[in-house]
Design a protein around this ligand. Structure first.
Ligand SMILES: [Zn+2]
Length: 192
């Protein structure tokens, strides 16, 4: 499904516990680009979050014969050792056999919090706050390479436990990224 590109609608379903913007930026939510009517494909994406309702979602998708893209981070789970840990690995393998697609949501569910002032000749640094992993809840300073490594770590783990090559996509935790920068966009739109 994803190999057919992103020409159709994208429905992003978020059952994570973290804050999220109001959906701005996705096709169909942008008044300048209304969703097209007609037989175009709709791409469903799921953020599996803490996995609590992931089995129910998977059961419905299986029953309805629908394939989606799962974005995952190694978030803390009620059962087992994290969403991408050994407890949930068989669940992910089953989704791989069902033909779903997978992509990274960063490994430690790291929220981008803001750039630090540029220092001449040095790589950009920015503040992040992971909500998973050993550094959960702490404000950290990362470079782009640090962030890319966290994206790749989740993608590598998904590849290992699903047997499927992850898509070259990434879903930013809480949709928090440098560009577009949600708070500034919201202010510009008069929504704050
Ligand atoms: Zn999330």
């Amino acid at each position: 499904m994803p190999s057919r590109g992103w020409g159709g609608g994208v429905v992003c379903i978020h059952f994570d516990s973290g804050p999220a913007p109001d959906g701005a930026g996705f096709p169909g939510k942008n008044p300048e680009k209304p969703a097209k009517a007609g037989p175009e494909p709709v791409y469903l994406t799921f953020d599996t979050g803490h996995m609590a309702i992931a089995p129910f979602v998977a059961e419905v998708l299986h029953r309805q014969d629908v394939r989606v893209t799962f974005f995952a981070a190694n978030e803390a789970t009620k059962e087992g050792d994290g969403a991408l840990g050994s407890h949930w690995a068989p669940w992910w393998a089953a989704r791989g056999r069902e033909g779903h697609a997978f992509a990274s949501h960063t490994f430690d569910h790291a929220y981008w919090r803001g750039d630090l002032p540029a220092r001449g000749g040095e790589p950009l640094r920015f503040r992040v706050r992971p909500t998973a992993g050993a550094q959960a809840g702490r404000d950290l300073v990362w470079t782009a390479d640090d962030y890319r490594a966290d994206i790749a770590r989740a993608a590598d783990r998904l590849r290992a436990i699903t047997g499927v090559a992850p898509l070259p996509l990434w879903r930013a935790p809480a949709a928090s990224t440098r560009r577009p920068c949600w708070p500034q966009r919201a202010r510009a739109a008069g929504r704050t």
